[in-house]
Design a protein around this ligand. Structure first.
Ligand SMILES: [Zn+2]
Length: 491
C-alpha cells in the first residue's frame, strides 16, 4: 500500500484530513475527525498507562507550549536548530539545500556548513528543479515558530519544537517532588511545532504534531537496571552502525547485542525492548519493525548513541517512528550553566553529580500511521481495520436488526449498559450489511445485533470483525463476554 491510499482512506472515514479544507488546506497541518480523535486519545492513554501508571520510576508533567526564550538559548535550538535552504530567484520556490544536492548530484552534505553547500551548488551549476532558474545563496533557516508575547511587539518567544526541554527545565523541582530517588523518569505528551521546509507524506512530516517523550535520569556510577534479565534475551530485527558501514542489512538479533559498553547500557537495552513491546501492543506489525543504530554523523555531537525504531512502509521504505537517544549530561549541564541553578543530584554517600539521561521519544502521528498501515485490510468484499480493541475508536456497535417491533428499545437498553464500560456506538438506520461494513471500516471489533429471536429467548448475536463469525449470547452476559474478548485479543 502507498501512503496516498492510506491518506485518502483516513479522510473518507473521518480519521484525519487537511486542516481548513474549505480554504484549500494548509501545508503541514491536519485536523482529526470523530474517528481519528478517539484513536489518538486511545493511543495516548495506552502509552501513559504503560509508561507512567505502570512504572514506579516515572511521573508525568504537562509543560507550557509557548516557552521562555532562554530555554531555547540554553538547549542550543536558537543557534543550531536549523535547516539549510536556497530559494529560486525566478519562481521563488524554496528547497532544502542538502536534500537538493543529494538528489541532483548524489553527494551527501548533511550537516555541512551553508557556505560549503553553496560552493558545491555554484561549482556544479545546480538549477531550480521546477523552472531551471538560478538558485539564491544557501542560508540557515531556523525551524522554530516565533511568536510575540505581550503588546507593542512584546517579547520574542517560540512555540516549543519538542516537549523534552520542558522536562529538563523542571528537573530540580520534580526531582525534589520525587523524593530524590534515582533512577527516575519524567514523561510528557503534547503538541510540538517545527516550521518544516517541505512537510510531506500525509501525517509523517508535519509542522504541528504531537510527541510522547520520557527523560530517564540515572547515576552513571549506579546504572544497573533491575529488569535487565527480563529483556536481555529479547530479539528484534537489528542494524548496528558497524553493519551499516559494512553495507549489511538488518537481521534478527538480541537487543543486548545492539548496544555496546556505555554508561546506562542496561537501561538503553530496557528502553529499546519496552519501546518495541509498546508498538506491538497497539497493533504495529512486528515484521515491519527494526531497530537501527544511528551513524556517528547523524547524531548530535553530545549524544553517546541513538537507536531509532523504524517502520517499513511499502513505498517510503524504513522510516523512524521513535528515537531513543543517550544524551549524556548535556541538557542538565546547559540549563545549570544558563540559569545558575543547581541541577545536581545527591548520592546516598552525600557526593553530588549531574545525572545522565536516556530519552525515548515517540511521534504520536507516526505511531498511528504505523498502526493503521499494519491494520488496513482490503479484499473483494470489504475494507476493514484489524486494530486492537484497546485503541479502536469503538469497542462495540449495537444494532436492532430493524427499527420496529420493539427491537430498538431492547437494543438501546443494551447499548446504554455497555457504554458505561466500553466505547460503544448505536445505529438503527439502513441495511444491516451496510452497518456492519461501516463498523469494519473504522475497526470496531464487535457488533451486537438484536433480532426477533431476542424477543423470545433474550439472546443477541455478537459478530467478530475479523472472522465475520457470529455467536449468540444471552443479553445479560454481553458485558462479561466483551471484557473477556478484549483482554484476550492478540495481534
Ligand atoms: Zn524556480
Amino acid at each position: 500500500m502507498d501512503i496516498k491510499t492510506l491518506a485518502d482512506f483516513c479522510a473518507k472515514v473521518g480519521i484525519a484530513f487537511p486542516t481548513a479544507e474549505i480554504y484549500g488546506g494548509f501545508s503541514g497541518f491536519y485536523d482529526w475527525g470523530p474517528v481519528g480523535v478517539e484513536i489518538k486519545n486511545n493511543v495516548k492513554r495506552v502509552w501513559w498507562r504503560t509508561f507512567v501508571h505502570q512504572m514506579d520510576e516515572i511521573v508525568g508533567i504537562d509543560g507550557s507550549i509557548v516557552t521562555h526564550p532562554d530555554v531555547w538559548k540554553a538547549s542550543g535550538h536558537v543557534e543550531h536548530f536549523h535547516d539549510v535552504v536556497t530559494r529560486c530567484k525566478k519562481c521563488g520556490r524554496a528547497y532544502r539545500a542538502d536534500k537538493l544536492v543529494l538528489e541532483v548530484l548524489g553527494i551527501n552534505v548533511e550537516g555541512k556548513p551553508a557556505e560549503e553547500i553553496d560552493t558545491i551548488i555554484r561549482k556544479n551549476n545546480v538549477r531550480c528543479p521546477s523552472c531551471g532558474g538560478e538558485l539564491g545563496p544557501v542560508e540557515y533557516f531556523n525551524l522554530m515558530f516565533e511568536t510575540k508575547v505581550g503588546p507593542y511587539g512584546g517579547v520574542t518567544s517560540y512555540l516549543r519544537p519538542e516537549t523534552a526541554q520542558l522536562i529538563f527545565v523542571n528537573f530540580p523541582r520534580v526531582y525534589l517532588l520525587a523524593r530524590k530517588r534515582m533512577p527516575f523518569g519524567i514523561a510528557q505528551m503534547g503538541k510540538a511545532y517545527r516550521n518544516e521546509i517541505s512537510p510531506r507524506n500525509f501525517l509523517f512530516r508535519l509542522r504541528e504534531f504531537e510527541q510522547m517523550e520520557i527523560e530517564f535520569f540515572f547515576d552513571p556510577k549506579d546504572d544497573a537496571c533491575p529488569y535487565y534479565n527480563e529483556v536481555k534475551g529479547k530479539k528484534v530485527l537489528g542494524l548496528t552502525a558497524e553493519m551499516q558501514e559494512r553495507g549489511e542489512k538488518e537481521r534478527p538479533m538480541r537487543i543486548a547485542d545492539l548496544v555496546p559498553e556505555m554508561p546506562g547500557r542496561e537501561w538503553m537495552i530496557f528502553w529499546i525492548a519496552k519501546s518495541v513491546d509498546f508498538f506491538v501492543s497497539v497493533g504495529v506489525d512486528p515484521k515491519r519493525i527494526r531497530v537501527r543504530e544511528q551513524l556517528p554523523d547523524e547524531r548530535a555531537h553530545y549524544s553517546m548513541g541513538t537507536w531509532d525504531v523504524e517502520f517499513r512502509f511499502d513505498d517510503l521504505g524504513w522510516q523512524e517512528i521513535e528515537g531513543i537517544a543517550h544524551r549524556g549530561t548535556y541538557d542538565l549541564s546547559r540549563h545549570q550553566e544558563f540559569s545558575g541553578k543547581s541541577f545536581e543530584a545527591v548520592r546516598p554517600d552525600g557526593s553530588k553529580f549531574i545525572p545522565m539521561v536516556i530519552e525515548p521519544s515517540w511521534g504520536v502521528e507516526r505511531t498511528i500511521l504505523a498502526m493503521l498501515y499494519s491494520a488496513y485490510r482490503k479484499d473483494e468484499k470489504r475494507t476493514y481495520l484489524r486494530i486492537h480493541p484497546q485503541v479502536a475508536p469503538y469497542v462495540v456497535a449495537v444494532f436492532p436488526l430493524v427499527s420496529k417491533d420493539g427491537l430498538p428499545e431492547i437494543a438501546r437498553e443494551i447499548y446504554k449498559e455497555i457504554r458505561t464500560e466500553f466505547r460503544a456506538f448505536y445505529d438503527e438506520k439502513g441495511n444491516i450489511g451496510k452497518r456492519y461494513r461501516r463498523q469494519d471500516e473504522i475497526g470496531t471489533p464487535f457488533c451486537i445485533t438484536v433480532d426477533y429471536q431476542t424477543r423470545e429467548d433474550e439472546t443477541v448475536t455478537i459478530r467478530d470483525r475479523d472472522t465475520m463469525q457470529q455467536e449468540r449470547v444471552h443479553k445479560d452476559e454481553v458485558v462479561a463476554w466483551i471484557r473477556e474478548h478484549v483482554k484476550n485479543w492478540r495481534v
